[in-house]
Design a protein around this ligand. Structure first.
Ligand code: NAP
Length: 850
């Protein structure tokens, strides 16, 4: 034992262990055997089977934990279903009190939770005590507030129902809080499955739920194996939503497993986040930032800054400083308060890390590790730095999920952005520079859901967290996260069962001419009625205004003319496809006939195929600069489109009459509603703002809605003009570019828009239109890896196809499961839901102060 004087001389750390007594007492209190938490009580698994959980710090067993099976999943879902009506009907204030009580209980049990988490996961007690557990309490406090405010702030939205939640092992209790707090606040009941490696704090949380007096069945916790519990939960017919955090591969399988079921899905997946350092950054701060970015939680962090991108001129000095700092990092027992890096969660994960590190060496990168050795008992891996890494190397692309940093260099800001975005993921990024203008510009250009400026790994309940691209979709935290747990009140579809029925198979026949929501349309827009008149004139504001009695009679005359023989043979007008701002001949060389309601030939349109879709996607990508244009400019162009459509309103209405057989009044109302939609989204283009979140550290957290990229849009067959405009307008208003498949039986209204677009200053490639067989073309879009989102309004079978085939690149999808939507209705057919679907929120954290 060294003397105090010697310690002053050498400055070596001694052990500073946190007592494991609270955890030991808790485990002993349960006889070291933990049951399932169903309907407010502890229940033995029906299979009678248990799994062992061990401490990765010393490989010693901690407890046996129940292994739930399908019958237990049924029981838990039934309990959650039974609890749902009363829980969702509680006033928000009552739910707020429960959430507040949970937050208080978490704080009271903080020491037990911190120690238990460290033991079960191997993470350092400093982190569980100072980061994980305080953030858990914060999430429940924050969402108690949203429960209180739900009725006023989310008016028009209601709870979803029973939510199945599946979480990983890296932040066991924190991930539980991210899932359960918003779900309960919004009036849902939950069945949660913790990861097999780390079940203990979820079970301790069950006791907190009991202590807070939550009604039985509101929270149910099922431990066990992924195949038994996770899979059954995901496929359970009485679950309304799955919220998942975990690896991208499992996320992809969940996307496929839930496809077409109508279950809502949010996926928080993996990452390979860039940590970008410019030559004017403060290198000492950068080094501490890197420590937090990649050695926090042993690098087992979804948003770990695992790719260090350094401006070339400072690369060597930074590497030297890093090596010096790494030499001083301490790896050891998770309960030692003086360690920096704890144990890897388990032998399997340790082997994965070892394998990838070896692959990095084999592929020619240079590995550096500190001179000291890790403890030999338990699962430890030293902090590691790879330099000389090719951007395409496995270690530069694959999530290692361990304490391994991969460094690359760049010369210019644009090169930094290109390298940063050279990944299939898009979870987070850090940007380090003393030039805030540069840092914010890079933050804007990097494709990631969270960007930290001169900081890293900052989290708070008030800021949404979630990914772009293959890092998943949906947000947790912030106002943006609440929408994952509610649905519009008008949308009566609940759960998966009802989705099997609806289909628009009738589409294509003339039945669709009078769509099921026509009643709504005529109610709202009834041409000639007193209310609609004022509105009509205001919207159209020109003598072309459709719907006036003169106009109506004009339409009728035109319509009857259309039905009688013209004096001369009509000039053949076969619209081609509309790609990159030009009419393009379809690759097939074929066209398809378009028939009117009586079966007579109305004209022909191009027969688009796979190659045409590929060309359209390419054109849409070329027009990506549209996202950088100002909201004001986009609004101007939308107004201009509206103006040009209004100028040709009679012609468009006549086309609708001829195509669908609908009454001229209805056709006029459809044109008018389309003009109204264009005005609506022109209005929103410069008003759909973000927020500045109140995160409790000295910083500005800017939540910015951004364009998603290229959106594929398969239009409904009904309302051939309005169905198209109502979808295209919000998408382009928010800065996306689109590839549109118009109504298959009635494509001519969409192809007539070519000339409107051409005369409205719409840049080439922002809107691309490919006519043809909707389902075939939709599949091509769904399978296309360069399409970022896909909206589909068609059949139930088509919706299933879209969700399944989109799993390839995890594109965001918005489908209708075969259910018609009232396109004329301003609540169903327009509004914030469309804007949310057209954007993704990026949270940029900018600290202030010296
Ligand atoms: P994982 O293997 O995907 O497992 C996550 C959870 O899913 C576990 O509870 C697991 O159960 C369960 N599961 C596995 N296969 C399943 C299936 N087929 N059906 C239903 N459930 C299934 O991920 P992990 O290794 O635990 O966690 C690491 C990953 O999570 C990393 O990729 C990391 O980036 C990601 N992550 C993301 C975020 C985020 O917010 N984006 C946050 C944290 C972690 P078992 O434990 O029983 O296998």
């Amino acid at each position: 034992m060294p003397t105090v004087a010697e310690i002053f001389e050498t400055m070596v750390y001694g052990p500073a262990p946190e007592s494991r007594d609270p955890a030991r007492a808790w485990l002993d209190g349960h006889g070291r055997e933990l049951q399932l938490f169903i309907n407010g009580t502890w229940v033995a698994p029906q299979s009678g089977q248990y799994l062992e959980t061990r401490s990765p710090a010393d490989n010693q067993p901690l407890a046996r934990v129940a292994a739930a099976g399908p019958a237990d999943v049924d029981a838990a879902v039934a309990a959650a279903r039974a609890a749902f009506p009363a829980w969702s009907a509680l006033p928000g204030h009552a739910r707020a009190r429960y959430l507040y009580a949970i937050a208080r209980q978490v704080q009271k049990q903080a020491r037990l939770l911190a120690v238990l988490e460290s033991l079960d996961n191997g993470k350092s007690i400093r982190e569980t005590r100072d980061i994980d557990i305080p953030l858990v309490a914060r999430h429940f406090y924050y969402h108690a507030g949203w429960a209180q405010l739900m009725a006023s702030e989310l008016a028009g939205y209601v709870s979803l129902g029973v939510v199945g939640q599946i979480i990983p092992w890296n932040f066991p209790l924190l991930m539980l809080a991210w899932k359960i707090a918003p779900a309960l606040a919004m009036g849902n009941t939950v069945v949660l499955k913790p990861a097999k490696f780390t079940p203990l704090t979820a079970l301790a949380f069950a006791e907190i739920v009991q202590a807070a007096g939550l009604p039985p069945g509101v929270v149910n916790i099922l431990t066990g194996d992924a195949g038994q519990v996770g899979d059954t939960l995901v496929r359970h017919p009485d679950v309304d939503k799955i919220a998942f955090t975990g690896s991208t591969d499992v996320g992809r399988s969940l996307r496929r497993a839930t496809a077409g079921s109508g279950k809502r899905l949010s996926l928080e997946l993996g990452g390979k986040s860039p940590f970008i350092v410019f030559d004017d950054a403060d290198l000492d701060s950068v080094v501490e930032g890197v420590v937090d970015a990649i050695w926090f939680n042993q690098g087992q962090v979804c948003c770990a800054g695992s790719r260090l991108l350094v401006q070339e001129t400072i690369a060597e000095p930074l590497y030297a400083k890093l090596r010096e700092r790494m030499e001083k990092l301490r790896v050891g027992d998770s309960l030692d308060k003086a360690i920096d890096i704890g144990a890897i969660v388990g032998p399997v994960q340790l082997e994965t890390i070892r394998g990838l590190v070896q692959q990095g060496v084999d592929e020619g990168a240079t590995l550096w590790q500190p001179s000291w050795a890790c403890p030999t008992e338990g699962c430890y891996f030293p902090p590691s730095l790879f330099t000389n890494v090719a951007p395409a190397a496995t270690i530069a692309q694959v999530e290692i999920f361990g304490p391994v940093l991969v460094a690359m260099t760049f010369r210019t800001p644009s090169e930094a952005v290109a390298l940063a975005n050279n990944t299939r993921y898009g979870l987070a990024a850090s940007v380090w520079s003393d030039n805030l203008n540069l840092a914010l510009d890079i933050a804007r250009r990097v494709k990631a859901g969270t960007v930290w400026v001169n900081s890293t790994n900052l989290f708070d309940a008030a800021a949404g967290f979630g990914g772009y691209r293959e890092s998943g979709f949906g947000r947790e935290g912030g106002r943006e996260g609440l929408y994952e747990y509610v649905r519009p009140a008008w949308d009566e579809r609940v759960g998966s069962m009802q989705y099997a029925v609806g289909s628009d198979d009738a589409v294509g026949s003339r039945q669709y001419a009078v769509g099921s929501d026509d009643a709504v349309g005529s109610r709202q827009y009834a041409v000639g009625s007193d209310e609609s008149d004022g509105r009509r004139q205001a919207a159209v504001g020109s003598e072309d205004g459709v719907g006036s009695s003169t106009q109506n009679s004009k339409l009728k005359t035109q319509n009857s003319k259309l039905k009688t023989q013209p004096a001369f043979p009509p000039i053949d007008r076969t619209p081609k496809l509309y790609i990159g701002g030009k009419q393009a001949r379809p690759d097939s060389g074929y066209s398809r006939p378009v028939y009117g309601p009586e079966g007579h030939l109305l004209g022909e349109v191009g027969e688009g195929n796979r190659k045409d879709i590929r060309n359209a996607v390419e054109a849409a990508h070329k027009a990506a600069g549209w996202a950088d244009s100002t909201g004001h400019s986009r609004a101007q162009i939308l107004y201009y489109i509206a103006e040009n459509l209004a100028a040709r309103a009679a012609e468009f209405a006549a086309r609708l009459v001829a195509s669908t057989g609908q009454a001229p009044e209805q056709a006029g109302a459809e044109v008018e509603a389309s003009i109204d939609r264009l005005f609506t989204y022109a209005a929103w283009a410069d008003k759909y703002d973000g927020q500045v979140h109140h995160t409790p550290i000295r910083n500005v957290t800017i939540a910015m809605p951004e364009a998603i990229g290229v959106i594929g849009i398969a239009c409904p067959h009904e309302h051939p003009l309005l169905g198209c405009v109502a979808l295209v307008a919000p998408a382009i208003a928010m800065g996306n570019t689109v590839v549109v498949i118009p109504s298959e039986p009635h494509p001519l209204s969409a192809t007539d828009l070519y000339q409107v677009f051409d005369t409205s200053d719409l840049p080439a490639g922002v809107v691309n239109i490919v006519t043809g067989a909707r389902e075939l073309l939709t599949r091509v879009l769904a399978e296309h890896d360069d399409v970022d989102a896909l909206w589909y309004f068609g059949t139930a079978a088509g919706s299933t196809l879209v969700e399944e085939a989109s799993a390839g690149n995890m594109k965001r999808t918005w489908v209708n499961y075969g259910h018609p939507r009232a396109w004329h209705d301003p609540v169903q057919g327009a509004g914030p839901e469309f804007l949310r679907e057209a954007t993704q929120v990026k949270n940029i954290w900018v600290p202030y102060g010296e």
